[in-house]
Design a protein around this ligand. Structure first.
Ligand SMILES: NC(=O)c1ccc[n+]([C@@H]2O[C@H](COP(=O)([O-])OP(=O)(O)OC[C@H]3O[C@@H](n4cnc5c(N)ncnc54)[C@H](OP(=O)(O)O)[C@@H]3O)[C@@H](O)[C@H]2O)c1
Length: 282
């Protein structure tokens, strides 16, 4: 069980792009906790450079270590994408690599068990179900509490459910936002199987989409003005309306952003407003 809105920690570690200093990143995690957020999303590759992998996990761990009210906080991390010299990127779903990745995440997160471990992106050179079996083995060994997958299509979701058993797949994390809606079928599929669906870049991403979502989709702006809230809150409230299993994870590098986004759990959109929102996509 986690809060309906989580915190995406990726903006703490954006490399060449503007990242907050450590103090601000920690203040952002603390603001999330103060706002009732109990899910924090990180990944081993969220790091300023290839040789600082684990950076984001370490910042999250540091932020949580200075608070006493974290017993209900679930940290989800991810592995399976590689970074190497020359900023080369790849995928590795081999048992050896994933085992090393999990051990590295345990160290960075300062944990003995990872609450939620998500396979970040498929390694197309491997049989999907066999990689899921590696996660199952790591779970059986007590290194991982819950297993999730990310950037997965319906067939891959079904394979994961088949390998792990109904109820064994905790979550699917796919891109979903006003500008990226093609994963709606996966969102609905998860709902039918009792699997949590975590929309990533739920506001449209750090590249500007999130800040301008009200201009790009004026209905969110208009409804926000009627409620006296930001268009970003309306976007998240709309995503929440798509099912109890939907847990958006808006990213933030500033306390004010996550404080505002977390308020979306209190925003109830009327049927008429939801119809207007859906109508703009037709
Ligand atoms: N699984 C995957 O492959 C994958 C890929 C990408 C991302 N993710 C996950 O998804 C999370 C979210 O995605 P994202 O960070 O790319 O994009 P996003 O959540 O769509 O946008 C994040 C940006 O939105 C701004 N923002 C958040 N709430 C706001 C509000 N209420 N008002 C105004 N601005 C607001 C933040 O601004 P400030 O920076 O100014 O606070 C931040 O720059 C990531 O942190 C990461 O955990 C996963």
């Amino acid at each position: 069980m986690v809060s309906a809105v989580g915190l995406g920690a990726m903006p703490f570690s954006m490399g060449d792009r503007v990242s907050p200093d450590r103090e601000q990143a920690i203040a952002t995690v603390h603001a999330a906790l103060d706002a009732g957020v109990t899910y924090i999303d990180t990944a081993d590759i969220y790091a300023p450079s290839w040789d600082t992998m684990g950076h984001n996990e370490e910042v999250v761990a540091e932020a949580l270590s200075s608070r006493s009210d974290t017993s209900e906080v679930i940290v989800g991390t991810k592995g399976g994408i590689t970074r190497g010299p020359g900023e080369s990127w790849g995928r590795d779903g081999s048992p050896d690599y994933l085992r090393r990745a999990v051990e590295a995440s345990l160290r960075a997160l300062r944990r003995e068990v990872i609450d939620l471990y998500q396979w970040h992106r498929p390694d197309r050179s491997r049989v999907y179900g066999q990689v899921i079996e590696t996660f199952k083995a790591l779970q059986d060994e007590g290194k991982i509490r819950a297993i999730g997958i990310s950037n997965a299509n319906i067939e891959e979701i079904d394979v994961a459910i088949e390998v792990l058993g109904e109820g064994g797949l905790a979550s699917v994390q796919n891109e979903f936002s006003p500008r990226f809606r093609s994963s709606r079928s996966e969102l609905e599929h998860c709902g039918r199987h009792g699997v949590a669906f975590l929309p990533w870049s739920p506001l449209g991403g750090t590249g500007g989409g999130s800040k301008e979502v009200g201009q790009a989709y004026p209905v969110f702006q208009e409804i926000g003005e009627q409620h006296g809230v930001s268009p970003q809150q309306v976007v998240i409230a709309w995503e929440l309306s798509l099912g109890d299993h939907v847990i958006p994870i808006p990213g933030a590098s500033r306390p004010a952003s996550i404080t505002d986004s977390a308020k979306a759990v209190h925003l109830r959109l009327t049927d008429d407003e939801l119809t207007r929102i859906e109508g703009q996509f037709r």
